[in-house]
Design a binder for this molecule. Structure first.
Ligand code: 5AD
Ligand code: FES
Length: 330
Protein backbone atom coordinates (compact mmCIF):
# COMPACT_ATOMS: atom_id res chain seq x y z
CA UNK A 1 0.00 0.00 0.00
CA UNK A 2 2.98 2.30 0.28
CA UNK A 3 3.86 2.12 -3.40
CA UNK A 4 1.65 4.90 -4.67
CA UNK A 5 1.05 5.44 -8.35
CA UNK A 6 1.16 8.93 -9.83
CA UNK A 7 -2.63 9.02 -9.89
CA UNK A 8 -2.87 8.04 -6.23
CA UNK A 9 -0.34 10.70 -5.27
CA UNK A 10 -2.30 13.35 -7.16
CA UNK A 11 -5.54 12.24 -5.51
CA UNK A 12 -3.97 12.43 -2.05
CA UNK A 13 -2.50 15.88 -2.74
CA UNK A 14 -5.92 17.11 -3.89
CA UNK A 15 -7.94 15.57 -1.08
CA UNK A 16 -7.84 17.55 2.16
CA UNK A 17 -9.84 14.88 3.99
CA UNK A 18 -6.80 12.56 3.71
CA UNK A 19 -4.39 14.85 5.56
CA UNK A 20 -4.60 13.46 9.07
CA UNK A 21 -4.25 9.89 7.89
CA UNK A 22 -1.36 10.85 5.62
CA UNK A 23 0.64 12.65 8.33
CA UNK A 24 0.06 9.82 10.82
CA UNK A 25 1.22 7.21 8.29
CA UNK A 26 4.35 9.23 7.45
CA UNK A 27 5.09 9.62 11.17
CA UNK A 28 4.71 5.85 11.69
CA UNK A 29 6.98 5.01 8.75
CA UNK A 30 9.54 7.51 10.01
CA UNK A 31 9.51 5.87 13.43
CA UNK A 32 9.77 2.32 12.08
CA UNK A 33 12.59 3.10 9.66
CA UNK A 34 14.75 5.82 11.22
CA UNK A 35 13.56 5.88 14.81
CA UNK A 36 12.89 8.72 17.22
CA UNK A 37 16.30 10.34 17.01
CA UNK A 38 16.57 13.72 15.32
CA UNK A 39 19.82 14.54 13.54
CA UNK A 40 21.04 18.11 13.92
CA UNK A 41 23.19 19.50 11.12
CA UNK A 42 25.17 22.66 11.82
CA UNK A 43 24.58 24.98 8.88
CA UNK A 44 27.21 27.50 7.79
CA UNK A 45 25.86 29.92 5.17
CA UNK A 46 29.28 31.19 4.12
CA UNK A 47 28.58 33.42 1.12
CA UNK A 48 25.45 35.07 -0.24
CA UNK A 49 27.17 35.98 -3.52
CA UNK A 50 25.62 34.11 -6.44
CA UNK A 51 26.05 34.15 -10.19
CA UNK A 52 22.61 32.63 -10.80
CA UNK A 53 19.33 34.38 -11.44
CA UNK A 54 16.72 32.01 -10.06
CA UNK A 55 13.50 33.99 -10.28
CA UNK A 56 12.37 33.13 -6.75
CA UNK A 57 15.62 33.61 -4.84
CA UNK A 58 16.73 36.71 -2.97
CA UNK A 59 20.40 35.87 -3.54
CA UNK A 60 20.00 36.12 -7.36
CA UNK A 61 22.76 38.22 -8.89
CA UNK A 62 20.53 41.03 -10.22
CA UNK A 63 19.27 41.80 -6.71
CA UNK A 64 21.08 45.02 -5.81
CA UNK A 65 19.24 45.47 -2.49
CA UNK A 66 21.18 42.77 -0.73
CA UNK A 67 24.26 43.46 1.36
CA UNK A 68 26.67 40.81 0.09
CA UNK A 69 29.21 38.97 2.25
CA UNK A 70 31.81 36.26 2.07
CA UNK A 71 33.13 34.42 5.09
CA UNK A 72 36.80 33.66 4.52
CA UNK A 73 38.13 30.09 4.86
CA UNK A 74 39.73 30.54 8.29
CA UNK A 75 36.51 31.92 9.72
CA UNK A 76 34.44 29.12 8.13
CA UNK A 77 36.74 26.59 9.79
CA UNK A 78 36.33 28.40 13.11
CA UNK A 79 32.52 28.19 12.90
CA UNK A 80 32.83 24.50 12.10
CA UNK A 81 35.06 23.97 15.13
CA UNK A 82 32.64 25.78 17.43
CA UNK A 83 29.74 23.74 16.07
CA UNK A 84 31.60 20.47 16.61
CA UNK A 85 32.41 21.59 20.16
CA UNK A 86 28.69 22.21 20.69
CA UNK A 87 27.98 18.60 19.72
CA UNK A 88 27.11 18.80 16.03
CA UNK A 89 28.06 15.61 14.17
CA UNK A 90 27.47 17.05 10.71
CA UNK A 91 28.54 20.38 9.25
CA UNK A 92 26.74 21.73 6.18
CA UNK A 93 28.57 24.29 4.06
CA UNK A 94 26.11 26.26 1.97
CA UNK A 95 26.53 29.29 -0.29
CA UNK A 96 25.38 30.95 -3.44
CA UNK A 97 27.21 29.91 -6.59
CA UNK A 98 30.26 32.02 -5.78
CA UNK A 99 33.36 31.47 -7.92
CA UNK A 100 35.60 33.07 -5.32
CA UNK A 101 35.79 29.67 -3.64
CA UNK A 102 37.85 27.71 -6.15
CA UNK A 103 38.29 23.95 -6.14
CA UNK A 104 41.52 24.26 -4.16
CA UNK A 105 40.03 26.70 -1.65
CA UNK A 106 37.10 24.37 -1.00
CA UNK A 107 39.41 21.34 -0.74
CA UNK A 108 41.43 23.13 1.93
CA UNK A 109 38.34 23.98 3.94
CA UNK A 110 36.96 20.44 3.63
CA UNK A 111 40.30 18.97 4.66
CA UNK A 112 40.48 21.06 7.82
CA UNK A 113 36.90 20.36 8.82
CA UNK A 114 37.29 16.63 8.22
CA UNK A 115 40.10 16.59 10.80
CA UNK A 116 37.40 17.33 13.38
CA UNK A 117 35.62 13.94 13.47
CA UNK A 118 32.46 15.16 11.80
CA UNK A 119 30.44 14.38 8.68
CA UNK A 120 30.50 17.07 6.03
CA UNK A 121 27.78 18.10 3.60
CA UNK A 122 28.25 20.55 0.74
CA UNK A 123 25.50 22.69 -0.75
CA UNK A 124 27.33 24.96 -3.17
CA UNK A 125 25.59 24.35 -6.47
CA UNK A 126 26.43 23.04 -9.90
CA UNK A 127 30.07 22.03 -10.37
CA UNK A 128 32.01 19.83 -12.78
CA UNK A 129 32.60 16.11 -12.23
CA UNK A 130 36.26 16.92 -11.52
CA UNK A 131 35.34 19.38 -8.80
CA UNK A 132 32.84 17.01 -7.20
CA UNK A 133 35.51 14.29 -7.32
CA UNK A 134 38.13 16.52 -5.72
CA UNK A 135 35.76 17.42 -2.86
CA UNK A 136 34.94 13.75 -2.34
CA UNK A 137 38.60 12.75 -2.41
CA UNK A 138 39.39 15.14 0.46
CA UNK A 139 36.52 13.79 2.52
CA UNK A 140 33.18 15.44 1.73
CA UNK A 141 30.44 12.94 2.61
CA UNK A 142 27.21 14.39 1.26
CA UNK A 143 25.94 16.92 -1.26
CA UNK A 144 22.66 18.81 -1.45
CA UNK A 145 21.34 20.06 -4.76
CA UNK A 146 17.61 20.41 -5.15
CA UNK A 147 16.10 19.78 -8.55
CA UNK A 148 13.65 22.57 -7.48
CA UNK A 149 11.00 21.29 -9.95
CA UNK A 150 10.95 18.39 -12.39
CA UNK A 151 8.59 20.30 -14.70
CA UNK A 152 11.04 21.18 -17.48
CA UNK A 153 9.03 24.15 -18.76
CA UNK A 154 8.64 25.60 -15.31
CA UNK A 155 12.31 24.91 -14.58
CA UNK A 156 13.27 26.91 -17.67
CA UNK A 157 11.05 29.83 -16.66
CA UNK A 158 12.38 29.89 -13.11
CA UNK A 159 16.08 29.52 -13.99
CA UNK A 160 17.30 31.82 -16.76
CA UNK A 161 20.70 30.72 -18.08
CA UNK A 162 20.46 27.35 -16.40
CA UNK A 163 19.94 23.93 -17.87
CA UNK A 164 17.74 21.22 -16.39
CA UNK A 165 19.89 18.52 -17.94
CA UNK A 166 23.00 19.87 -16.26
CA UNK A 167 21.17 19.74 -12.94
CA UNK A 168 20.43 16.06 -13.60
CA UNK A 169 24.05 15.53 -14.61
CA UNK A 170 25.16 16.92 -11.24
CA UNK A 171 22.89 14.53 -9.34
CA UNK A 172 24.13 11.60 -11.42
CA UNK A 173 27.80 12.51 -10.98
CA UNK A 174 27.38 12.90 -7.23
CA UNK A 175 25.73 9.48 -6.91
CA UNK A 176 28.43 7.90 -9.02
CA UNK A 177 31.14 9.44 -6.83
CA UNK A 178 29.61 7.84 -3.75
CA UNK A 179 28.19 10.89 -2.04
CA UNK A 180 25.01 10.67 -0.06
CA UNK A 181 22.90 12.85 -2.30
CA UNK A 182 20.18 15.24 -1.25
CA UNK A 183 17.68 16.86 -3.54
CA UNK A 184 14.23 18.36 -3.17
CA UNK A 185 11.75 20.84 -4.52
CA UNK A 186 9.89 24.04 -3.92
CA UNK A 187 6.15 23.78 -3.36
CA UNK A 188 3.90 26.56 -4.63
CA UNK A 189 5.92 28.11 -7.45
CA UNK A 190 3.72 30.13 -9.81
CA UNK A 191 2.11 27.83 -12.41
CA UNK A 192 3.32 24.69 -10.63
CA UNK A 193 0.72 21.92 -10.81
CA UNK A 194 -0.17 19.11 -8.43
CA UNK A 195 0.70 16.73 -11.28
CA UNK A 196 4.22 18.09 -11.38
CA UNK A 197 4.55 17.77 -7.59
CA UNK A 198 3.62 14.10 -8.00
CA UNK A 199 6.37 13.83 -10.61
CA UNK A 200 8.80 15.47 -8.18
CA UNK A 201 8.02 12.85 -5.51
CA UNK A 202 8.41 10.01 -8.02
CA UNK A 203 11.67 11.56 -9.19
CA UNK A 204 13.09 11.42 -5.64
CA UNK A 205 12.20 7.73 -5.62
CA UNK A 206 13.57 7.09 -9.09
CA UNK A 207 17.01 8.53 -8.33
CA UNK A 208 16.94 6.94 -4.86
CA UNK A 209 17.78 10.21 -3.12
CA UNK A 210 19.41 9.80 0.29
CA UNK A 211 18.02 13.09 1.56
CA UNK A 212 15.08 15.19 0.40
CA UNK A 213 14.43 18.78 1.46
CA UNK A 214 11.01 20.22 0.73
CA UNK A 215 9.82 23.72 1.46
CA UNK A 216 7.09 26.12 0.46
CA UNK A 217 7.95 28.89 -1.99
CA UNK A 218 8.03 32.25 -0.16
CA UNK A 219 7.72 35.38 -2.26
CA UNK A 220 10.67 37.74 -2.02
CA UNK A 221 10.02 41.47 -2.67
CA UNK A 222 13.31 42.00 -4.52
CA UNK A 223 12.73 39.29 -7.13
CA UNK A 224 10.61 39.03 -10.29
CA UNK A 225 8.18 36.89 -8.25
CA UNK A 226 7.47 39.69 -5.76
CA UNK A 227 3.75 39.67 -6.57
CA UNK A 228 3.39 35.90 -6.55
CA UNK A 229 1.45 34.19 -3.82
CA UNK A 230 3.33 32.19 -1.17
CA UNK A 231 3.26 28.43 -1.30
CA UNK A 232 0.91 26.56 1.00
CA UNK A 233 2.34 25.13 4.23
CA UNK A 234 0.02 22.13 4.33
CA UNK A 235 0.67 21.21 0.71
CA UNK A 236 4.43 21.34 1.31
CA UNK A 237 3.93 19.14 4.37
CA UNK A 238 1.94 16.65 2.28
CA UNK A 239 4.66 16.46 -0.37
CA UNK A 240 7.15 15.81 2.44
CA UNK A 241 4.95 13.15 4.08
CA UNK A 242 4.46 11.32 0.77
CA UNK A 243 8.22 11.41 0.22
CA UNK A 244 8.72 9.70 3.59
CA UNK A 245 6.11 7.08 2.76
CA UNK A 246 7.78 6.28 -0.56
CA UNK A 247 11.43 6.50 0.49
CA UNK A 248 11.15 5.13 4.06
CA UNK A 249 14.71 5.21 5.41
CA UNK A 250 16.05 8.49 4.00
CA UNK A 251 16.89 11.65 5.91
CA UNK A 252 14.30 14.40 5.62
CA UNK A 253 14.81 17.85 7.15
CA UNK A 254 12.11 19.92 8.77
CA UNK A 255 12.96 22.96 6.66
CA UNK A 256 13.38 26.52 7.81
CA UNK A 257 10.94 27.67 5.12
CA UNK A 258 8.22 25.56 6.77
CA UNK A 259 8.75 27.42 10.03
CA UNK A 260 8.71 30.76 8.23
CA UNK A 261 5.11 30.08 7.20
CA UNK A 262 4.03 28.41 10.44
CA UNK A 263 5.48 29.27 13.87
CA UNK A 264 5.51 25.58 14.80
CA UNK A 265 6.41 24.40 11.31
CA UNK A 266 9.52 22.39 12.08
CA UNK A 267 7.91 20.47 14.94
CA UNK A 268 4.84 19.76 12.81
CA UNK A 269 7.21 18.53 10.07
CA UNK A 270 9.08 16.31 12.57
CA UNK A 271 5.72 14.75 13.40
CA UNK A 272 4.80 14.24 9.74
CA UNK A 273 7.84 12.37 8.42
CA UNK A 274 10.90 14.55 9.01
CA UNK A 275 13.89 13.45 11.15
CA UNK A 276 16.50 16.19 10.62
CA UNK A 277 16.86 19.87 11.59
CA UNK A 278 19.56 22.21 10.30
CA UNK A 279 20.21 24.99 12.82
CA UNK A 280 22.36 27.91 11.75
CA UNK A 281 25.80 27.97 13.41
CA UNK A 282 27.15 31.26 12.06
CA UNK A 283 27.17 34.46 14.07
CA UNK A 284 24.15 36.74 14.03
CA UNK A 285 25.77 39.37 11.77
CA UNK A 286 25.45 37.22 8.63
CA UNK A 287 22.06 35.68 9.16
CA UNK A 288 19.73 38.40 7.91
CA UNK A 289 21.90 38.78 4.83
CA UNK A 290 21.42 35.20 3.69
CA UNK A 291 17.96 36.26 2.62
CA UNK A 292 16.86 33.59 0.16
CA UNK A 293 13.29 34.56 1.14
CA UNK A 294 11.92 37.14 3.61
CA UNK A 295 11.06 36.57 7.30
CA UNK A 296 13.62 33.81 7.73
CA UNK A 297 13.71 32.50 11.28
CA UNK A 298 16.68 32.72 13.66
CA UNK A 299 18.15 35.91 12.21
CA UNK A 300 18.48 37.54 15.64
CA UNK A 301 19.77 34.47 17.45
CA UNK A 302 23.28 33.13 17.94
CA UNK A 303 24.46 29.52 17.60
CA UNK A 304 23.94 28.57 21.24
CA UNK A 305 20.46 30.10 21.35
CA UNK A 306 19.41 28.08 18.30
CA UNK A 307 20.92 24.91 19.72
CA UNK A 308 19.08 25.38 23.02
CA UNK A 309 15.83 26.35 21.31
CA UNK A 310 15.66 23.40 18.98
CA UNK A 311 16.83 20.88 21.59
CA UNK A 312 14.03 22.03 23.88
CA UNK A 313 11.42 21.75 21.15
CA UNK A 314 12.59 18.29 20.08
CA UNK A 315 12.59 16.98 23.65
CA UNK A 316 9.14 18.49 24.29
CA UNK A 317 7.66 16.11 21.70
CA UNK A 318 9.38 13.08 23.23
CA UNK A 319 12.15 12.81 20.65
CA UNK A 320 15.90 12.78 21.27
CA UNK A 321 18.97 14.29 19.63
CA UNK A 322 21.15 11.80 17.81
CA UNK A 323 24.78 11.50 18.80
CA UNK A 324 25.91 9.80 15.59
CA UNK A 325 26.78 11.13 12.16
CA UNK A 326 23.32 10.45 10.81
CA UNK A 327 24.07 8.73 7.54
CA UNK A 328 21.17 7.11 5.75
CA UNK A 329 20.06 3.99 7.61
CA UNK A 330 20.66 0.84 5.59
N1 5AD B 1 11.26 30.49 -1.02
C1 5AD B 1 11.52 29.26 -0.51
N2 5AD B 1 12.64 28.58 -0.76
C2 5AD B 1 13.56 29.15 -1.56
N3 5AD B 1 14.75 28.70 -2.00
C3 5AD B 1 15.29 29.66 -2.78
N4 5AD B 1 14.47 30.73 -2.85
C4 5AD B 1 13.37 30.43 -2.12
C5 5AD B 1 12.16 31.10 -1.82
N5 5AD B 1 11.89 32.31 -2.32
C6 5AD B 1 15.29 27.37 -1.71
C7 5AD B 1 15.70 26.63 -2.98
C8 5AD B 1 17.15 26.31 -2.76
C9 5AD B 1 17.28 26.38 -1.25
C10 5AD B 1 18.66 26.62 -0.76
O1 5AD B 1 16.43 27.45 -0.92
O2 5AD B 1 14.94 25.44 -3.10
O3 5AD B 1 17.54 25.06 -3.26
FE1 FES C 1 17.07 29.29 16.00
FE2 FES C 1 14.92 28.34 17.45
S1 FES C 1 16.33 27.27 16.18
S2 FES C 1 15.82 30.33 17.46
Amino acid sequence: MNEFSKKEIIDILNDESQNEWLFALADKIRKENVGDEVHLRGLIEFSNICKCQCKYCGLRSPNKNLDRYRILPDEIILYAKKAVDMGYKTIVLQSGEDEFYTKDTMCNIINKIKEMDVALTLSIGEKSYEEYKAFKDVGADRYLIRIETTDKNLYKKMHPNMDFDNRLRCLKDLKKLGYEVGTGCLVGLPEQTVESLADDILFFKEINADMVGIGPFISHPDTPLKDAKNGNFTLALKVMALTRILLKNINIPATTAMETLNPNGRIIALQSGANVVMPNVTSTEYRAKYEIYPNKICINENPSQCRGCIEGKIKSIGRSISKDYGFRKK
